[in-house]
Design a protein around this ligand. Structure first.
Ligand SMILES: [Zn+2]
Length: 168
């Protein structure tokens, strides 16, 4: 992971299978950043059903800028951003006073490597899902779009489709 590579399929599938079997997934679930390959999507299809795909379209410069200015509290895991969500005291968590650090894979070079992995392995998934499920696209055009705005746009997009509910 520290090199920007992905965790092997057999491991992620087993973790996911166990997690999705838990009670809180009974009525539905959302996977963030998974599947990342066609092989993973096919493995997923063998034990669960995907109703829709959300595609986030973000220009490379925004991804690189946002991720390389991300800082995380080593004590409580709170996430900060040196550009948009600065801690009041530099390098110190506002919640617990813990020290902030930068993830080893949040440097511009490794982020660009991760984007190459995305292009070659994950982008083909759009083609895979296109004929199976609705794809809701959200285009991020500016760097400081508040998460609530993105979420409400995505929910609006999803609301246009009716999904079979698992809850009875
Ligand atoms: Zn903290």
């Amino acid at each position: 992971m520290s090199k920007g590579d992905l965790v092997p399929d057999n491991i992620t599938i087993e973790i996911l299978k166990k997690r999705l079997a838990r009670d809180d997934c009974h009525k539905g679930f959302m996977l963030d950043g998974y599947p990342r390959t066609i092989e993973q999507a096919k493995a997923l299809d063998r034990f669960t059903k995907i109703d829709a795909v959300v595609q986030l379209i973000v220009p490379e410069w925004i991804i690189v800028t946002r991720l390389s200015s991300r800082r995380i509290c080593e004590k409580c895991g709170e996430v900060y951003n040196l550009q948009f969500l600065k801690p009041k005291k530099p390098g110190v968590c506002e919640k617990c006073g813990g020290k902030l650090y930068q993830r080893i894979d949040d440097t511009p070079k490794i982020i660009k490597d991760r984007l190459k992995v995305y292009e070659s392995q994950t982008e083909p998934l759009l083609e895979y899902y296109k004929s199976k499920v609705p794809i809701v696209r959200f285009e991020c055009e500016s760097i400081d779009i508040p998460p609530q705005v993105a979420v409400s746009e995505i929910l609006k997009g999803l609301a246009k489709f009716s999904f079979p509910s698992k809850a009875s």
